[in-house]
Design a binder for this molecule. Structure first.
Ligand code: KG4
Ligand code: ZN
Length: 331
């Protein structure tokens, strides 16, 4: 019997639902709340939860229609239960539980980062070992993956995530939310040599990341420019965006290089919203990295359905008493 897994992700500001028929993505619908949160310069958790309550049943309906199937065809449900905004996670989990109970089908709780980590392999199974770089708005981590359940976190951010650094920098420059795509665009025509930033070295280990010092350095550059009021504002933003982007991407790529050499692993998989970044895609793409199309880099239900399908095959069923957690280890 063909498995039809419904994947739900409501961890942050996107209501995402997908249907995975065996290993094929039959539908992947993402309802973004970006416009609503942009007015506040970032995600407002309570507004996000309420929007998920309204949107989720609609998005599920759209995912079923696009996949040309009905509730009765579903064989399992995968839902993100950590990490994320707790109210948002609970909306997805409560919906998933009610549906699983009424349809008498199993449910499996999925870790959001595991979803990102395996998203480059939807439709083309991974060959182990691989190095997985997960770079999103909430997380930045480098993993050595030896198997589906053998995941070694080499290092992660000790402060801001890469996407967060983009978002905060764009906010500082008054450019809107989310900052990543906006700064990426400005950086295309800027001079990356205009500003130089000192690369953070994290005591915890060489695979750990830190972006809060860069954020402070950028704010000092902005302040100085404001005091001096020197030159064209657009030119200043383009150059600053290019220098900032060179530093963020340089940090990420440097650590991937080190891990490749230390562990002798050639396969690199990149995921998370920042994997949409043009410079990161170019530099890691040149190393042969597997990077999903942008729609599969940002939050989506397909990555949750994919990991959920594997978990269900392994008998990892979650009970109707399962809970959501704003942060939790991947295994
Ligand atoms: O994975 P994601 O959709 O949500 C989280 O799980 O956080 O990632 C969203 C993040 C935001 O911080 C956004 O600014 C960033 O991904 N992002 C980018 C680009 N597109 C999205 N960062 C840099 N360059 C981009 N082109
Ligand atoms: Zn994410």
């Amino acid at each position: 019997m063909t498995s039809f897994i419904l994947g739900i992700d409501t961890s942050c500001d996107e209501t995402s639902v997908a249907i995975l028929a065996e290993d094929l993505v039959a539908s992947n619908i993402i309802s973004s709340q970006i416009k609503m949160h942009a007015a506040y310069g970032g995600v407002v958790p309570e507004l996000a939860s309420r929007a998920h309550v309204e949107n989720l049943p609609i998005v599920v309906g759209q995912a079923l229609a696009k996949a040309n199937c009905g509730f009765k065809d579903l064989t399992g449900i995968a839902v993100t239960t950590s990490p994320g905004l707790i109210g948002c996670l609970l909306v997805g989990l409560s919906y998933a539980k009610a549906l699983a109970y009424s349809l008498k089908i199993p449910i499996t709780c999925v870790h959001h980062l595991k979803g990102h980590l395996f998203s480059p392999f939807i439709g083309a199974p991974p060959s182990y070992p691989f190095l997985g770089l997960v770079v999103s708005g909430g997380h930045t981590a480098l993993y050595r993956v030896l198997g589906f359940n053998q995941i070694d976190c080499l290092g992660q951010t000790v402060d801001d995530a890469a996407g967060e650094a983009y978002d905060k920098t764009a906010k500082l420059l008054g450019l809107g939310y989310p900052g990543g795509p906006i700064l990426d665009q400005f950086a295309q025509s800027g001079n990356e040599k205009a500003h130089s930033f000192t690369r953070a070295r994290v005591k915890k280990g060489r695979y750990y990341f830190s972006f809060s010092g860069l954020k402070t350095a950028v704010s000092l550059v902005v302040k100085k420019w404001g005091l001096e009021k020197s030159g064209d504002r657009e030119e200043f933003i383009k150059n600053l965006a290019a220098s900032f982007q060179a530093e963020v991407v340089g940090t990420l790529v440097e650590k991937v290089h080190w891990a490749r050499e230390e562990y002798g692993i050639k396969t690199i998989a990149v995921s998370g919203g920042v994997a949409c970044n043009s410079r990161l895609r170019k530099e890691l793409g040149a190393l042969g990295a597997i990077i999903p199309p942008p729609m599969m880099c940002t939050d989506n239900g397909a990555m949750i359905a994919y990991v959920g399908e594997k978990q269900l095959q392994q008998g990892k069923f979650s009970g109707l008493d399962s809970n959501a957690h704003s942060s939790a280890p991947m295994w």
